[in-house]
Design a protein around this ligand. Structure first.
Ligand SMILES: [Zn+2]
Length: 353
């Protein structure tokens, strides 16, 4: 393994960030290549844990001459977000300077030529240069896995509908419980920017069987421990072997994915109509019927007449919920995977800000 450090100058004197890039060179020029990054929002540690335990597996494979395709790993993809702390709390989702979600507004390139992307010292803010740098690292690879996590959540994937049929093996390898399928590039998330040049190709030139582009939601923020990290690393390794990026005769993908595939338009985002204390009736993984109680918001503690109970707008499965029990009016509380158009389906783009 070769470790490369890319230093991006900060926006004011005396500041810089460092991207640590781990590279495994493949021995077979015809093998698919893979790029894995974690923590684009700075603090999603399940992906970091998975990569921490994946690297030794790849080092062993490298020592035994079993790395077929090039593999590039960026365990901490966003040092800006990693360092955003305020009043003892980590705040990595939005860049504090512009309030922009770090996983939005990536450049959408018409093809795989990255020569037009911003240089690391271009005269633009650091976040834009970081996005260009990550895209420049990722785009040469056919497999791009962007490892995130949700708040409290099941293990699930985002997959563009054109990639879906050829990516069920990833869901099987990772033990994913659900897939959210999407078809718009309205937000230009990292995954969208990596899929975009592929989608500009004609159908017969895409070679989808070699490709995989996804956002992996490795459960919730607090699901970080030895056992889970090791298990997720094995899932990633199994997928890389299954795709021929790594050779390992002892590894086979026997599981299959049997969870729901839900279009974003069928995901119910249940929001708080008022602020207050949240008492949940459900946990991620629960199956609910239309009308079942999901969550009660206590708006006036000591006065039950102020309680607001929200019910399931349709039958489905609870995918995620928010961990903070104190919410504001309009906050997202949970995601429910439905089987018909959701109440918010008319809103294009991402489910969340
Ligand atoms: Zn994230």
């Amino acid at each position: 393994m070769k470790t490369e450090t890319i230093t991006l100058p900060g926006d004011v004197p005396g500041n810089a960030i460092e991207l640590r890039v781990l590279r495994f060179e493949g021995g077979d020029a015809n093998a698919p290549t893979a790029y894995l990054q974690s923590s684009l929002h700075g603090g999603e540690l399940p992906g970091q844990a998975a990569l921490h335990f994946l690297v030794p597996l790849l080092e062993k494979a490298k020592a035994e001459g079993r790395i077929a395709g090039d593999i590039t790993i960026v365990p901490q993809a966003n040092p800006i977000a990693s360092n955003q702390w305020q009043a003892y709390q980590h705040l990595g989702r939005f860049e504090l300077f512009t309030q922009t979600n770090f996983n939005r507004a990536f450049p959408l390139l018409p093809d795989f030529d990255t020569s037009g992307l911003l240089d690391i010292d271009a005269p633009v803010p650091l976040a834009e240069r970081l996005k260009a740098t990550l895209l420049r690292l990722a785009l040469p690879h056919e497999i791009v896995l962007d490892l995130h996590c949700d708040d409290q959540s099941e293990n699930y994937l985002y997959i563009h509908q054109d990639f879906l049929a050829d990516m069920l093996d990833l869901a099987a390898a990772l033990g994913s419980k659900a897939i959210l399928s999407w078809d718009s590039t309205a937000d230009a998330a990292f995954e969208e920017a990596c899929a975009y040049p592929v989608l500009q190709l004609s159908a017969d030139a895409r070679d989808m069987k070699r490709r995989a582009v996804t956002t992996v939601e490795f459960r919730g923020l607090a699901d970080v421990d030895f056992e889970t990290g090791w298990s997720d690393a094995q899932g990633l390794y199994r997928f890389l072997v299954h795709r021929g990026v790594v050779r390992d005769d002892g590894e086979t993908l026997s599981a299959s994915f049997d969870g729901p595939v839900t279009p974003l338009s069928h995901v119910e985002m249940v929001r708080a109509p008022q602020g207050g204390m949240v008492l949940y009736h459900v946990v991620p993984g629960d199956e609910v019927r239309e009308g079942d109680s999901l969550v009660t918001i206590v708006t006036r503690p000591g006065d039950a007449s102020g309680d607001v109970t929200l019910t399931a707008p349709q039958t489905g499965r609870i995918l995620t919920r928010r961990s903070l029990r104190y919410v504001r009016r309009g906050d997202d509380l949970l995601k429910l995977l439905g089987s018909r158009l959701s109440a918010v389906a008319k809103r294009p783009g991402a489910l969340e800000a």
